[in-house]
Each structure stands twice: as structure tokens, then as C-alpha cells.
Design a binder for this molecule. Structure first.
Ligand SMILES: NC(=O)c1ccc[n+]([C@@H]2O[C@H](COP(=O)([O-])OP(=O)(O)OC[C@H]3O[C@@H](n4cnc5c(N)ncnc54)[C@H](OP(=O)(O)O)[C@@H]3O)[C@@H](O)[C@H]2O)c1
Length: 101
């Protein structure tokens, strides 16, 4: 784990703190990550997947939505610039409730 943290750099370490120290989602939890295609978001999503969570993210373009699902292991994602109703967007992905920490 030490080597992984060093390779991931500061954004990876920030994502690790967020997911492993602060949020600590349980296996099977739904995890929503905003700015999902940013430096921290791509790591945070993958860390949540390693914990056995279902991970959904929001980002600002269709290309980034595609990238999150194809390359970074997100189960689903939406383009926040196209969605007018975030609750509906999350419901479509079977995420009924988001609790922030
Ligand atoms: N990097 C670090 O080491 C670090 C450490 C501690 C805290 N932080 C904080 O964590 C946050 C994310 O950092 P990061 O390194 O992942 O940043 P980043 O790589 O610059 O990504 C931030 C992303 O936020 C999205 N965004 C921009 N404007 C937005 C808006 N109005 N609404 C929703 N999304 C918007 C953009 O993606 P879209 O194209 O999807 O809009 C952008 O890619 C920042 O607030 C940063 O200050 C970073």
C-alpha cells in the first residue's frame, strides 16, 4: 500500500484519506462522487470499487462520462451539464439517497 500511495501522488493520497479514513463505505454501499473525472475523483471511484461498492459519478462532458465507465471502473455516470434534475438522474441509476460526509 505504501508504494501505491506514493505512485498515486497527492491527489491519490487525498482520495485515499477521503475513502479509507473519512467515508469508509461498507461493501455493497452506493457511493456517489462529484467531479468524478478530476484528479481525485478517478482515484476515489477506484478505491470505492476496491471496497466492493457500487460507484456512480457526475462529470461535465459525455466524453468524460464514457471514460469513467470504460477506463476508471465506474458503474455509471452522468453529465451534470445536461441533467436538470440531479435527484432524477441518481434515481435512474438506482441511487435514491446520497448522504454527504
Ligand atoms: N488534488 C489534491 O491534492 C487536492 C487535495 C485536497 C483537496 N482538493 C480539492 O478537491 C477538489 C477536486 O480536486 P482535483 O484535484 O480532483 O481537481 P481537478 O483535477 O482540477 O478536477 C476538478 C473537476 O471539477 C469539475 N468541475 C469544475 N467546475 C465544476 C462545477 N461548477 N460543478 C461541478 N464540477 C465542476 C471539473 O470536471 P468537469 O469537467 O467534470 O466539470 C474538474 O475536472 C478541489 O476542490 C480541490 O481543491 C484537492
Amino acid at each position: 500500500m505504501e508504494l501505491t500511495r506514493v505512485c498515486a501522488g497527492v491527489p491519490g493520497f487525498a482520495a485515499w484519506i477521503a475513502m479509507e479514513i473519512l467515508a469508509c463505505p461498507k461493501e455493497g454501499s452506493n457511493v456517489f462522487i462529484s467531479a468524478a473525472a478530476g484528479g481525485i475523483g478517478i482515484y476515489a471511484g477506484q478505491l470505492a470499487k476496491l471496497r466492493g461498492c457500487r460507484v456512480v459519478g457526475s462529470t461535465g462532458s459525455d466524453d468524460k462520462v464514457d471514460l469513467l465507465k470504460r477506463e476508471f471502473g465506474y458503474d455509471d455516470a452522468f453529465n451534470y451539464k445536461k441533467e436538470t434534475d440531479y435527484d432524477a438522474a441518481l434515481s435512474k441509476m438506482s441511487l435514491d439517497a446520497v448522504s454527504a460526509k
